[in-house]
Write a protein that binds this ligand. Structure first.
Ligand code: PXP
Length: 256
């Protein structure tokens, strides 16, 4: 006989950066990323993620201000560990601050944060943000050394980088994909055992989300680029509903 076992709820955070990328391509006011965030909120998003980059290539300071005003779901404010961003975060006190590495020449956030080796600076950097009530998340590669370092600097959350897993999946390199998935699973288990909340994201699509959503320690996925692309064809609420359906389906495990 087969029963089903629900692994636990999984939150969907919607990243709206790419709406701002399209807006900025013409330098005007449309499409408005805040409108996308409000639509995602009313369509059942559990949170909104926005990355204020040092070069302001997509999200701008005024967008963050408007998001803080408009949202009643948690805002996950993504940023580099710079003094300027710390000041902005302390001014707005978002629900969560996700610290990511940032290089001007990259197209997107390419690697994980180098926490090991920068532990003293990051511990000092995180402390005032945590004191201000923000849940501090570190976006890291699925690597035991980085997970241990994240726990030691006082982060509440780690977000595991799924970019390499998704790239291997999309390129049909399934042995490499499965090895990366095993690394993500091991990192999730370790992070959870160290008392960290575990999130995951980057590059996830309908095709690749299932095995990540099935990891029991993962409680939040942050997804942007694929959802916004899909929204062009079916609208954002419908694109999100399909992602949610796939996520939820993966949380229900068949047990003997
Ligand atoms: N999580 C983090 C920390 C990110 O930097 C990004 C990309 O901005 C995402 C999730 C979402 O990635 P994608 O847009 O590829 O879904």
């Amino acid at each position: 006989m087969t029963a089903t076992d629900f692994v636990g709820p999984l939150r969907l955070g919607v990243n709206i950066d790419h709406v701002a990328t399209v807006r900025n391509a013409r330098g005007g006011a449309v499409p408005d990323p805040v409108r996308a965030a409000v639509l995602a909120q009313s369509a059942g998003a559990d949170g909104i993620t926005a990355h204020l980059r040092e070069d302001r290539r997509h999200i701008r300071d005024a967008d963050i201000e408007a998001l803080v005003e408009a949202l009643h779901i948690p805002l996950n404010f993504e940023m580099a560990a710079t003094a300027e961003m710390q000041t902005i975060a302390l001014r707005h006190r978002p629900h969560a601050v996700c610290i990511v590495p940032e290089r001007r020449e990259e197209r997107t956030t390419e690697g994980g944060l180098e926490v090991a080796g920068d532990q003293n600076r990051l511990a000092d950097y995180i402390a005032p943000l945590a004191d201000a009530g923000c849940r501090v998340s570190l976006f890291i590669a699925a690597d035991a050394v980085q997970v241990e370092a994240a726990a030691s600097v006082g982060a509440a959350v780690v977000e595991l980088h799924t970019g390499a897993y998704c790239d291997f999946h999309d390129e049909g390199q399934f042995a490499e994909r499965d090895a990366e998935l095993a690394r993500i699973a091991a990192a999730a288990t370790k992070a959870h055992a160290l008392g960290l909340e575990v999130h995951a994201g980057h590059g996830l699509s309908y095709d690749s989300v299932g095995p990540i959503a099935a990891l029991p320690e993962v409680v939040e996925l942050n997804i942007g680029h694929f959802l916004m692309g899909e929204a062009i064809f079916r609208g954002l609420p419908d694109a999100m509903a399909e992602m949610r359906r796939l996520m939820d389906a993966s949380r229900v495990k068949a047990v003997a």
